[in-house]
Design a protein around this ligand. Structure first.
Ligand code: PAF
Length: 280
């Protein structure tokens, strides 16, 4: 497995590949877990070679967010990638990836107004800018993203459609904890910030979503009632501070009164903000 640290190194390696090779790409910010490894596995199954980027992208963090403390266990990440059959890691330094006078950004208008976009201004602009730049450098045939970050996935898919990128964006289902006391918690690099008590309380996100999904299966179609089921489950713990509980259309992420839709939640436990979603 190659470790490419600079843009010229990545470009040289990319140019050495046969044009007929189907290259798969998994963009990450590192601190890899089983959710990322599932993306790699899907990518390996469908593509001839796999590149993983590991880059904590400063553009997508707000001024009061966790850029400085975001975990960066590079050696462990590299071992996991090697064991998963990754061909190359691209792990640039932020100063070399963005010039000091970097001034070009990608905005996907509209979809970023809802859900996480409302609470994290500029976040999706940072995500789209880094992903488009990575796409230009890596030139993949397919790219893999977790559906846990459903808004990110839908925004990137819209960017790819609007800019006529010749890349298939694949959304992969959320991987959940099976460990006792944490069952159902969606895997996220940010789970590492949680105390044992917060981790236990955070299992309510999926419990609430699953309860609403079950109610939907039993015939409930009123979005207000489904949301109150989710809120009741999450709100049972005093450790939870709900940012949003929404039921939105997958097409435009606007709140809907009736399903089918995506049920999405964002909840703080201390200073850690967790998200999750389930489609109905
Ligand atoms: O989902 C992530 O880890 C990041 O937002 C991404 C897509 C790698 C862009 O930095």
């Amino acid at each position: 497995m190659l470790i490419l640290r600079t843009i010229p190194e990545l470009r040289a390696w990319r140019s050495s590949l046969s044009p007929s090779l189907s290259l798969g790409f998994v963009p990450t910010m590192g601190a890899l877990h089983a959710g990322h490894l599932k993306l790699v596995e899907e990518c390996r199954r469908a593509c001839d070679a796999v590149v993983v980027s590991i880059f904590v992208n400063p553009l997508q963090f707000g001024p009061n967010e966790d850029l400085a403390r975001y975990p960066r266990p590079f050696e462990k990440d590299a071992s996991l990638c090697e064991a998963a059959g990754v061909d190359a890691i691209f792990a640039p330094e932020a100063d070399a990836f963005y010039a000091k006078d970097h001034a070009t950004y990608v905005d996907v208008e509209g979809l970023d107004r809802h859900l996480c976009g409302a609470a994290r201004p500029g976040h999706f602009r940072g995500v789209c800018t880094v992903v488009l730049k990575l796409f230009h450098l890596v030139r993949p045939r397919r790219a893999y993203f977790g559906r846990k970050d459903i808004q990110q996935f839908l925004i990137l898919r819209k960017m790819a459609a609007d800019l006529a990128l010749d890349i298939d964006l694949i959304g992969v289902d959320t991987v959940r904890e099976t460990a006792r006391g944490a069952e159902g918690l969606a895997l996220s690099s940010r789970n590492a910030y949680l105390s044992e008590e917060q981790r236990g309380a955070a299992t309510a996100l999926y419990r609430g979503l699953a309860r609403a999904r079950d109610a939907h299966r039993a015939g409930e179609r009123d979005a207000g009632i489904l949301k109150s089921l989710i809120r009741a489950e999450i709100g049972a713990s005093p450790l939870a501070r709900v940012d949003y509980v929404e039921i939105v259309a997958e097409s435009d992420l606007r709140p809907v009164e009736e399903v089918p839709a995506v049920m999405a939640v964002a909840v703080f436990y201390g200073t850690t903000r967790l998200i999750d979603n389930v489609a109905v």
